[in-house]
Design a binder for this molecule. Structure first.
Ligand code: ADP
Ligand code: MG
Ligand code: ZN
Length: 485
């Protein structure tokens, strides 16, 4: 059996949970994102901040949870240099706290087999992240000093606890990836920021007790750590042993779990309701704000893409990159050929960005919707071959997303429609023949246009469909121009 505790920072909530310091402390000098509240100074009082509470409620709704009438905070006591108050504010139910999720069911997609599965959520706590300790050479046991940075102290953290419903290492990883994506769509978290989430995995085999593996920092490591632990426990059972209740530590560099402590060593936390914090009712304006964040979900984007005829690979590629998903939704209304658009954005633009070392997740890396709409229209009309878009234009847009198409189009691909119309007007007889149903007249016209365009002509197949379209649009008036030639 496998159950997870997933700790996700609300990196995009704006503020810390109980003070106005920033929720995203990355890149700031140590101990500059602090105030009396998150430093736990005597007399400082916590004030629940709207951003984190709204995002937590939205997350709870989006993960299929029942909401409590109010969230109630509790204190969890322990002593450690990175916890300046000597207690962490959380929502432990056992001490009359009320977590932001009272249980629910979360549906997620495993893109590998394109299978929707579900996992029960036991609860979600909204709590404070502690500060950050670091050690010199020798690590926690050998270092002569401990350095503490409180920039992270008080950052809002969701602790999402699942029932032991997960079916294996790969399934657990797929669930965490889809869960993070879902929270990213809400705008609550940027899961690619260093330290934005940590996972503890609980694993047991038949006849044994559960082992909790702490310190898993990536979704790949969720899979690796569980796989390792299942093997380790399986071997104990094979040799006639019994797996005892234990907490272990995941060592990502070595790919192994190591013993941390046994059950009997686990601390008592002296949980009490926090007397500084009245319950925060979940309703009214707060609930309305949370609901407004649910506008866009990966599931809806996937469904739209599938309806539009995208392949599953393209659909997942787009939906798993929220910035590109938004671009797709903004441009699909203008594209007659939506499969072409899905391929352009999900495969070739994303690939070009990755090859250029640009971040496809950052909206600033992407060309504006008008550029994409025009490109797709040009391909649809036969004005430019798709190979040129893929091989030439997208790689240039990846480096310079705000470049205009005029700058990017190669001479060869740019076909001046007015030149073609001039040729058609001069070849009125052939245009009339074509309109009368004589297919061969089109070959003749293509030849004339190529002669006129010279070496800069586009590929003849594209040119042929472009000329056919122009005759469809203008042929009748050209043919009707009596006495002009
Ligand atoms: P605690 O409150 O002591 O941390 P819980 O019973 O709440 O323990 O469970 C914590 C996590 O362990 C949950 O994610 C749950 O799904 C998981 N879990 C519980 N029992 C088992 C088990 N027998 N095997 C694997 N995981 C388990
Ligand atoms: Mg726990
Ligand atoms: Zn602060």
């Amino acid at each position: 059996m496998i159950g997870l505790e997933i700790h996700v920072q609300l990196t995009e909530a704006g503020t810390k949970l109980f003070c106005g310091c920033k929720s995203n402390y990355r890149g700031l000098p140590a101990n500059t994102n602090v105030c009396p509240v998150c430093l736990g100074q005597p007399g400082a009082l916590p004030v629940p901040q709207e951003g984190p509470v709204v995002y937590a409620v939205a997350a709870s709704l989006q993960l299929g949870c029942r909401l409590p009438p109010a969230v109630v905070f509790t204190r969890k006591h322990y002593f450690y240099p990175d916890l300046p108050k000597n207690y962490q504010i959380t929502e432990y139910e056992g001490a009359h706290g009320a977590p932001v999720c009272l249980g629910g069911t979360f549906k997620y997609l495993d893109p590998a087999g394109w299978e929707w599965r579900s996992v029960r959520i036991r609860r979600i706590n909204l709590e404070e992240d502690p500060g950050r300790s670091s050690y010199l050479r020798g690590g926690i046991l050998g270092s002569p000093v401990v350095m503490v940075d409180y920039n992270r102290s008080g950052v809002p953290l969701l602790e999402i606890v699942t029932e032991p419903d997960l079916r294996g290492p790969r399934d657990a990883r797929a669930m965490v990836e889809y869960l993070l994506l879902t929270l990213e769509y809400l705008g609550a978290v940027n899961p690619r920021l260093e330290g934005a989430f940590r996972v503890d995995a609980n694993i047991s085999v038949p006849g044994g007790e559960r082992v909790e593996v702490k310190n898993i920092g990536s979704t790949l490591d969720v899979e690796r750590a569980i796989r390792y632990e299942l093997l380790r426990q399986g071997k104990i059972v094979e040799h006639g042993g019994r797996v005892e209740r234990e907490t272990r530590h995941w060592d990502s560099a070595r790919g192994v779990t190591r013993p941390l402590r046994h059950k009997e060593e686990e601390e008592e936390y002296l949980y009490i309701p926090d007397p500084d914090l009245p319950p925060v009712p979940i309703g009214g304006a707060l609930l309305a704000k949370a609901r407004r964040l649910l506008a866009l979900t990966p599931g809806e984007v996937l469904a739209t893409l599938e309806e539009d005829g995208a392949t599953r690979e393209q659909a997942w590629s787009i939906a798993s990159t929220p910035s590109i998903a938004r671009l797709y939704l903004e441009t699909r209304g203008h594209a007659a050929d939506k499969r072409l658009l899905a391929r352009l954005l999900g495969v070739d633009l994303k690939g070009a960005l990755q090859r250029a070392g640009r971040d496809p997740y950052s909206p600033g890396s992407l060309p504006p919707p008008t550029t994409i709409t025009r490109l797709v229209a040009m391909v649809e009309k036969g004005e430019i071959p798709y190979d040129t878009v893929k091989g030439l234009i997208l790689p240039r847009l990846a480096v310079n997303p705000s470049a205009s198409l005029e700058e990017l189009l190669p001479e060869k691909a740019r076909v001046d429609e007015s030149l073609i119309l001039e040729v058609l007007a001069a070849e009125r007889g052939a245009v009339c023949d074509y309109l009368d149903g004589e297919e061969k007249a089109l070959n003749y016209l293509v030849g004339r246009v190529i002669r006129r365009l010279g070496r800069r002509a586009v590929d003849p197949r594209r040119l042929r469909s472009l000329i056919a379209r122009l005759i469809e649009e203008r042929g009748a008036s050209i043919c009707g121009m009596e006495g002009r030639d």
